[in-house]
Every structure is written in structure tokens, then in C-alpha cells.
Design a protein around this ligand. Structure first.
Ligand code: MF3
Ligand code: CO
Length: 256
């Protein structure tokens, strides 16, 4: 089902989006050499509950994972890219960390992910991966607006990722969002312009380009959740929740 939110609901979605962005910003600043992924998860939990929000993850048990996720944030390090399950691991200098967070506040969900390098080193391959997903996300947002189609967004994202030299995996992509985290329409990270659902004001989309350095193939970790690159190469993922407006799209997952 595709949900169209009324202006009151979109205003609530902005509150949820600002909360997600503020939590991610705080967690990024605390993610330094030696920080344990389980501490990041507990900090996320505390900030979600403190804000009176609820986690979209902790009880989530979709077909693509094994049982309830059981955690409050996805933490994906280096070759891990999607659905990274927090575990007992202390971050090292040069690690590429993705934090992916979705929460619900007053009945409306928002979803965002950031990738960044821990510590002081700047491995060029990691910088390029992050840069490509951020530019693809910006291109996807720029292609979104009333009257545009899902295929226009997919094409914009895929063009940037492809031009940066990456293969694109089509098993996981963006999605509609609203009263729940994962809704129709699916937003592939590659596609043909002019195809698919026509965007309308009040539609919320989570756009999430992600790439792996030298493959498009994923493998599932022994934890039953974490998705890693099949070759062990590094990966990156960037995500915002946006709202289609009367004349374009608003990014909801920005700090206020
Ligand atoms: N937030 C992820 C997405 O971008 C979904 C994570 S599902 C989880 O769609 F259960 F792993 F947390
Ligand atoms: Co998402």
C-alpha cells in the first residue's frame, strides 16, 4: 500500500526526522577509536526512549532477517553494509562505519543512515565509497518532486553510482515510509526514467543508495542479519527520508 500523508502528518514526520538526525549526529561524534558497537546501541536506545519515541528495529522480524532484530540501530563496519547487527566490537582507526536508524514518534516513522571513517586516517577507497553514496542521494533527492516518477529517482541514483565505477545491487533499495518504516513503493538504486509510480505531495520516501567497492554480491553473516560484501571489500550507505511537496521534496532527516 502507498500512503499519502496529510499536512499535519507531514509536520509530525519532520519532528521524527529531526530526532533521527540529532541522534545520528550525536552517535557519530561519540564513535571514535575504541568505541564499542554495543555502547552505540545502548546510547541510541537511551536517546530514543528519552524523546518518547519508539524503535522501528527492536521487534522487527522481516523475512530477510533471523527473528527480531533485538537492537536499536544498525552498525555496519567495513565489509558490512546493511542491517549490521551491533556486536561486541571496538572501533579501530580507519574503520568505515555506517549507522542506520529508524524511529517512530507520534505515529510517524523516519529512517536515515550515515557512513563515515573512524579516527584520523582517510583511506582513499573509503572516502570514494562514501562520497559516491552521498552524491547519489543528493541526485535522487533532486530528481524527486510532484509529477516525477520513481524511475526518475532510481535513474538519478544509479547514474551517479555507475559513473563512480560501482556495480549496483538491486536486492535492497529505498522505500515508502509513513505510519510504518517499510512501505511501497520500492525505490531501486537503478532504473529507467519516466517509469513507475508518479510522485504526489504527502508521499514520504526513504532513499538509500549503498555500494560495495568491487562487487554487487551480498553474503549474510552468521548472525542471520548483517549483510556483507561477498568479497570482503569495503562498503558505504547513505539514507534520508524525504517528503514530496507541492514543488519539490523536503529532506526530513536533518537536525534542527
Ligand atoms: N533502516 C533499514 C533501511 O534502511 C532497515 C533496517 S531493518 C533492521 O531500510 F531490522 F535491520 F534494523
Ligand atoms: Co530505509
Amino acid at each position: 500500500m502507498i500512503e499519502i500523508l496529510n499536512p499535519t502528518e507531514v509536520a509530525r514526520a519532520k519532528d521524527t526526522g529531526a530526532l533521527v538526525a540529532t541522534i545520528l549526529r550525536t552517535l557519530r561524534s561519540r564513535s571514535t577509536v575504541g568505541t564499542n558497537l554495543l555502547d552505540i546501541d545502548q546510547w541510541a536506545k537511551a536517546m530514543i526512549l528519552e524523546a518518547g519515541a519508539s524503535s522501528c528495529y527492536v521487534d522487527y522480524a522481516p523475512s530477510f532477517g533471523r527473528g527480531p532484530f533485538g537492537h536499536y540501530i544498525c552498525t555496519a563496519v567495513n565489509d558490512a553494509v546493511l542491517h549490521g547487527r551491533p556486536h561486541d566490537y571496538a572501533l579501530a582507526d580507519g574503520d568505515l562505519l555506517t549507522l542506520d536508524l529508524a524511529v517512530s514518534l507520534d505515529g510517524v516513522a523516519a529512517d536515515s543512515a550515515i557512513s563515515f571513517i573512524v579516527g584520523d586516517t582517510r583511506p582513499p577507497e573509503s572516502v570514494a565509497l562514501i562520497d559516491a553514496t552521498e552524491r547519489a542521494l543528493a541526485a535522487g533527492i533532486a530528481a524527486a518532486g510532484p509529477g516525477a516518477r520513481i524511475g526518475d529517482i532510481s535513474h538519478a541514483i544509479g547514474s551517479v553510482l555507475g559513473a563512480a565505477g560501482y556495480q549496483i545491487n538491486t536486492e535492497f533499495g529505498g522505500h515508502g515510509i509513513g505510519s510504518t518504516m517499510h512501505q511501497d513503493p520500492h525505490v531501486s538504486n537503478t532504473g529507467r526514467p519516466g517509469r513507475g509510480y508518479k510522485l504526489r505531495p504527502g508521499l514520504l520516501l526513504a532513499l538509500e543508495p549503498w555500494v560495495m567497492a568491487d562487487t554487487a554480491e551480498l553474503v549474510t553473516d552468521a548472525d542471520g542479519w548483517t549483510l556483507r560484501s561477498a568479497t570482503g571489500c569495503r562498503t558505504a550507505h547513505s539514507e534520508h527520508t524525504i517528503a514530496i511537496t507541492g514543488d519539490g521534496a523536503d529532506i526530513l532527516t536533518l537536525p534542527r
